[in-house]
Design a protein around this ligand. Structure first.
Ligand code: FAD
Length: 470
């Protein structure tokens, strides 16, 4: 990649739908590949990780490197088109319809300076790859729950991960972005060179420039431990109450997430778990396994413990604690931030998605926030999160006919938590076409619009969650 070792620092556009022949000039300028609807593998290329989203881009560029990104953005700017970067499609939305979809997977360079506690990674690098490269260094990035998500995608959205309570949001760790701006200029952006753009990129998503690389802080993790405690689903009420109690006094080195899971009665689920429900608490601790064992001990009183694992882990294993799927999945989510998690909130939640409710949802999860996540750590639109918990429910939509009932149940569970919710969310947790307005208040949105108008007045760059119009 050309610039990776040299850091320095609107929606208004009509989405045209060019016939494949109109893009010949673009194809000729690429080292990588242009894929159009005339190609036999068009459907395979346009399918995102979240296969529920039937996105309809105008064309797809599979970039071979940053030069292809420059070529694509300049082409789009010159031809009245928009470009939407999408490395994998974990956050896919229909906002990319009519754009040139840019696959950045080949931008996979990883450069680490352990002494300076800094990494620079290309836009296609997934957290699993960066974290694996950090094994043995005693350092970690602010990885989320899934190793298949890209570093750039999470950081642009603010990002909340296992080490957030200790070190802050993913966007806080960003020192600089290497971007191709809406004019097709390839350059590094820093707080010193472009303070407003950096503020907006730290949490404003991919609506401002196409990022080709990011430089980010690494954090000392001399010891790391993880825990997984699983209980039968009908113990969920006592498990969630115990979870809430432990989080109330948890040090910021400890992060606990609680999950209620309903596994389908399907052949791909191992026999003993098929059709069963479980309440689980997973934990990450910046310290040794014995200390973590003592911290989670009160949880064991909550019910029969079906699985009880407390173990030392490496940075490369952080993204695997949650054991989330990495293969493409037809998932839909809905969530909210909670100001309180008391017994009544637990009861309201379980009345919707608990065992015996007949829910079709796959489950729900509550993450403990707070600590450094509640503090301002950088100049970022993705600022501190005052709420101590996030909640997300998830449904699987294996066939389109199920979409309606899953949607209705997702709405119902979020509504049921209304009395304990602020109604806010974080950008990386939005789904189902939700607006960024759920994350940022009026003045923040106004400043984001002003930055967008300054850096991309013609709307050449398009995000999955665009900055909303006034
Ligand atoms: C299973 C799963 C687990 C998750 N866990 C967490 C978690 O623990 N914490 C958390 O905060 N989020 C989490 N997320 C949400 C995830 O961080 C966001 O969806 C993120 O945007 C995904 O980035 P991606 O690049 O992998 O996906 P994509 O869908 O490919 O990209 C998402 C968006 O990021 C922007 N973007 C990506 N690359 C570029 C680029 N090079 N230039 C400009 N814009 C770009 C674009 O707007 C793009 O639409 C999870 C999502 C899933 C599906």
């Amino acid at each position: 990649m050309t610039l990776i070792s040299e850091p320095t620092g609107s929606q208004g556009r009509h989405a045209a739908d060019p016939a494949p022949g109109d893009l010949t000039d673009l194809a000729g300028g690429l080292t990588g590949r242009l894929v159009t609807s005339a190609d036999a593998d068009w459907d395979a290329h346009r399918m995102p990780w979240n296969v529920v989203v039937d996105q309809q881009p105008a064309a797809i560029v599979v970039a071979a490197g940053a030069d292809d990104v420059v070529t694509t953005v300049r082409y789009a700017a010159a031809h009245g088109l928009a470009v939407a970067a999408q490395p994998g499609g974990h956050g896919a939305s229909r906002a990319s319809d009519g754009t040139i979809l840019l696959r950045t997977g080949a931008l996979d360079d990883i450069w680490i300076d352990a002494d300076a506690r800094v990494a620079r990674v290309g836009a296609g690098v997934k957290w699993g790859a960066l974290q694996a490269a950090l094994d043995g260094t005693g350092l970690s990035g602010l990885v989320g729950s899934n190793p298949d998500v890209t570093v750039v995608g999470l950081c642009l959205g603010g990002g909340i991960g296992w080490l957030g309570r200790a070190f802050g949001r993913g966007s806080d760790a960003v020192r600089s972005f290497e971007v191709v701006d809406a004019e097709g200029q390839h350059r590094w952006v820093t707080d010193a060179s472009d303070p407003d753009l950096m503020w907006a990129l730290r949490g404003g998503g991919g609506d401002l420039a196409v990022v080709t690389a990011v430089e980010l802080d690494l954090f000392p993790v001399p010891e790391l431990a993880a825990a997984t405690l699983a209980f039968p689903g009908d113990a969920a009420a006592s498990v969630l109450r115990a979870f809430a109690a432990v989080t109330r006094t948890a040090p910021r080195e400890l992060t606990l997430w609680a999950n209620l899971m309903h596994l389908p009665d399907a052949p791909f689920v191992p026999e003993p778990m098929r059709g069963q429900s479980f309440a689980m608490v997973t934990a990450c601790f910046l310290g040794d396994a014995d200390a973590l064992d003592a911290l989670v001990a009160p949880l064991r009183e909550a019910g029969p413990v079906l699985r009880d694992e407390v173990r030392a882990i490496t940075p490369g294993q952080l993204g695997m604690i949650a054991e989330e799927p990495v293969d493409p999945t037809p998932a839909v989510m809905a969530g909210t931030l909670l100001h309180t998690l008391d017994d009544a909130a637990v009861d309201a939640l379980l009345a919707q998605i608990g065992v015996g409710t007949g829910t079709v949802l796959a489950g729900g999860s509550i993450r403990h926030l707070g600590g450094a996540l509640a503090e301002r750590r950088s100049s970022a639109v993705a600022g501190p999160i005052a709420e101590p918990y996030s909640f997300a429910a998830m449904g699987i939509v294996p066939v389109p006919e199920l979409a309606g009932v899953v949607d209705a149940q997702l709405d119902a569970v979020v509504a049921a938590l209304g009395p304990w919710s602020t109604g806010r969310s974080v950008l990386t947790f939005l789904d189902r076409g939700e607006s960024m307005a759920r994350c940022y208040d009026g003045p923040l949105l106004a400043r984001l619009r002003a930055v967008k108008a300054a850096v991309d007045p013609d709307g050449v760059v398009r995000s999955n969650r665009p900055i909303p119009q006034a």
